[in-house]
Design a protein around this ligand. Structure first.
Ligand code: CA
Length: 230
């Protein structure tokens, strides 16, 4: 099952190790780079869910990386957390101005790191869903503001969880989501009592899609995806 992928670009080996260790223990997939230029290539090649970026790096510095990522369509909205030493506070301000989502001052506790990572991932999911107020896929229209879904002109009655699930899938046609990813995106950190079995919700959404049930495809051994071609 694929987990959120986080790329860590940090040249100080001990700090890189601490971050990688804690993120992996929390269930994230982690890739690391010690040089800025390597980090940038890694991010462009692997398309991660989040980047943790040190400012002072050999090769290309963190601020330049941040700027480059924001300039490219593919990574424009990629969540970035900057790591900074105390004497780099002015760089943090620049980094946030360049579009970094958050920063973590060194030294930090693993607990603080994980809290920031979770918060930024959560915000990025919320932002994803706010980017557009309507998702149209063929005859399926998801009105995000009104929380309404219609199929071939007929409104569908979905629960809040089913609505979010369909919205996440339909926002990324053709992209496979693991059950765990879907659960994270649908439930997040919010204290919501929902059935944590994603399959149950998927089955119910499919049933409501009627003849269009094939819009949600099963990805064997992984999870689900929204049909790429309608
Ligand atoms: Ca450094």
């Amino acid at each position: 099952m694929s987990k959120p992928l986080i790329v860590v670009v940090e040249d100080e080996t001990d700090i890189q190790d601490i971050i990688a260790y804690n993120l992996k223990r929390e269930g994230y997939d982690v890739l690391t780079a010690s040089r800025g230029d390597q980090g940038l290539s890694l991010i462009q090649a692997k398309n991660p869910d989040l980047v943790i970026l040190d400012i002072m790096l050999p090769g290309v510095d963190g601020l330049t990386i941040c700027q480059q990522l924001r300039a490219e369509t593919k990574t424009k909205a990629l969540p970035i957390i900057i790591l900074s030493a105390k004497e780099e506070e002015s760089d943090v301000v620049i980094g946030l101005g360049l579009g970094a989502d958050d920063y973590i001052p060194k030294p930090f506790s693993p607990r603080e790191l994980l809290a920031r990572v979770k918060a930024v991932l959560r915000r990025s999911t919320a932002r994803e869903s706010q980017q557009q107020d309507q998702i149209r896929r063929g005859d399926l229209i998801i009105d995000i503001d009104r929380h309404q879904v219609s199929l071939q002109g007929t409104p569908l009655k979905l629960t809040a969880t089913e609505f979010k699930l369909l919205m996440v899938l339909a926002s990324h046609p053709g992209r496979a989501f693991s059950r765990e990813q879907l659960l994270n995106r649908v439930v997040g950190d919010a204290v919501v009592v929902v059935d944590r079995n994603i399959d149950v919700h998927i089955r119910s959404v499919r049933k409501k899609l009627g003849t269009q049930t094939g819009l949600i495809e099963t990805v064997r051994g992984v999870g689900y995806r929204f049909a790429d071609q309608i």
